[in-house]
Design a protein around this ligand. Structure first.
Ligand SMILES: *Cc1c(COP(=O)(O)O)cnc(C)c1O
Length: 495
């Protein structure tokens, strides 16, 4: 059976195919694409522990991307989860203190966005062909550091694609900048701008909507597409690792097939945890999904009080990928808990854009019972890194620490001691300074690769090869422009 997609804001519920949704990203009405019904997957939980990551990915994604042929989907998955990962397992589980940690940082950029961004480019180029486009895809993104690198690593040398990343020249960490400027691939372009991330993002949105620019690049044989996290091609690949973790816990004798487990997820844009919720819908025995936030705890308040209110201070924290006040993917959850009511969803989103705030009714709140929510302050995050280090000399990154701490709070508050998996979204080597500070260790005043050296001496975690390579990787990009030169820069690159 075909799985079709509709917008969360379209009361008529007009449908498109999966490949069309991958190409479009966002619906023209501003809504997000969701499947019109949750498909059945061909998976017996008893076989889970014996499936490779790639075979499992195929089983789960098969019904969701139903207009791709078997061969197309297989080939996309094989390219995405190959030897660019430092373990064939792709998403291994490790145990520290009382919890399991699902490690999603074994890809090329040592953070979890690789899981989806290694697959998306392939889903996209197949989608373009399927829909009769003869144009090459141009991905334009603004990045505050992580997404741009992960997207470039995914698109690098993928035929018929170009990727252009704009980043704030003085607004990313030393490691992040080094990672981006050393990016290989003939089709990758990195441009620093003399402005902050908001300026970069606002201008990229303008370029997307610029009709004249679209025509100019169409003449040169290109079309724009977006790799941002509301694309179903990024959301659904993330479902796979929830099942994979469950299989590992069975294999390791921690649970029996059918036992319910909890997941604690460090949350920003609400994509990762929403994928966990889809995993539950698809039949994975999940009790609670714990939505973990840092000091920017807007989601904690939403789940505990029913009001989403972005009229609040914005804090820069040691877990920057979660420093966010509008979690785009939450719209999909609102759509479902409203009883798939597009009018109601659109109205809530409208209230958010007009007054920065909305409150859901008691019916909707009652349907949020799959979730629990908690947050960690900066001190608590550092203390959690230190607690895990005391257990086995290992280090977790600050994002993971937020989730680990929220899990502890959840257990203490509820007495629910079901087996729990902390979703571990970045390698400690991605945030060496924050980790050294948390451990009050030698080198904590160092930055970038210097800090990496000190961290390597301190913890028993192997330095990933991709970081090792950074030490002598040549700088390949050096363009810096002012924000009003961004359009000309795009035209110049695509000439
Ligand atoms: C993006 C990111 C998150 C947040 O994930 P969302 O899907 O945006 O909720 C958490 N940790 C790290 C390291 C990330 O890069």
């Amino acid at each position: 059976m075909q799985t079709l997609y509709r917008s969360t804001r379209d009361p008529k519920g007009q449908t498109i195919t999966a490949s069309q949704a991958v190409l479009q990203g966002l619906s023209p009405d501003g809504g997000l694409y969701v499947p019109t019904s949750i498909p059945e997957i061909d998976l017996d939980l008893n076989e889970l522990k014996d499936l490779s990551y790639q075979d499992l990915a195929y089983k789960i994604l098969r019904p969701l991307f139903s207009d791709y042929t078997d061969e197309e989907l297989r080939s996309c998955i094989d390219k995405a989860y190959g030897d660019q990962w430092d373990t064939q397992e792709i998403a291994p589980v490790d145990y520290h203190a009382d919890n399991a940690y699902l490690e999603l940082f074994h890809g090329p950029t040592i953070a979890f966005k690789d899981v989806a961004l290694q697959l998306l480019p392939h889903l996209m180029t197949v989608a373009a062909k399927k829909n009769g486009s003869d144009k090459d895809i141009v991905i334009l993104t603004a990045t505050s550091g992580d997404t741009g690198k992960a997207a470039m690593a995914g698109f690098a040398d993928v035929p018929n694609t170009q990727i252009i990343v704009f980043y704030p020249k003085d607004g990313v960490s030393a490691i992040q900048e080094k990672q981006m400027l050393t990016q290989t691939g003939k089709n990758t372009h990195v441009v620093g701008i003399t402005g902050n991330f908001d300026v970069a993002q606002t201008n990229v949105k303008k370029l997307f909507n610029d009709k004249e620019l679209a025509e100019t690049i169409a003449e040169a044989g290109y079309q724009f597409s977006s790799a941002n996290s509301i694309n179903i091609g990024r959301l659904f690949p993330q479902i796979v690792y929830y099942f994979y973790a469950y299989g590992k816990l069975v294999k390791d004798g921690r649970i029996s097939v059918g036992d319910k487990i909890n997941f604690s997820v460090p949350t920003g844009n609400f994509g990762d945890i929403l994928a966990g919720w889809f995993a539950k819908k698809l039949g994975l025995p999940v009790n609670k999904l714990i939505c973990a936030s840092n000091k920017n705890n807007i989601l904690t308040d939403f789940f505990n009080e029913g009001t989403y209110d972005k009229n609040r201070p914005f804090y820069v924290t040691s877990s920057p990928s979660m420093d966010i006040l509008v979690s785009s993917n939450l719209e999909r959850l609102l759509f479902y808990v409203s009883g798939e009511d597009a009018n109601k969803t659109a109205e809530l989103m409208n209230r958010l854009s007009v007054s920065g705030k909305y409150t859901i009714d008691s019916d909707m709140r009652a349907k949020l019972a799959d979730f629990a929510a908690d947050f960690a302050t900066e001190d608590e995050t550092a203390a959690e890194i230190s607690r895990i280090f005391s257990a086995d000399k290992t280090a977790i990154d600050p994002h993971t620490a937020v989730a680990s701490k929220a899990a502890e709070s959840y257990k203490a508050n509820t007495g629910d001691n079901s087996p729990l998996v902390v979703v571990s979204t970045a390698s400690p080597y991605k945030f060496p300074q924050a980790v050294l500070n948390a451990l009050d260790a030698k080198g904590k005043d160092e930055e970038g690769l210097e800090a990496v050296k000190y961290l390597q001496e301190k913890i028993s975690v192997k330095l990933p090869e991709t970081v090792q390579r950074l030490f002598d990787a040549p700088t390949l990009h050096d363009t810096v422009v002012s924000p009003d030169e961004m359009k000309d820069t795009v035209v110049e690159i695509l000439k």
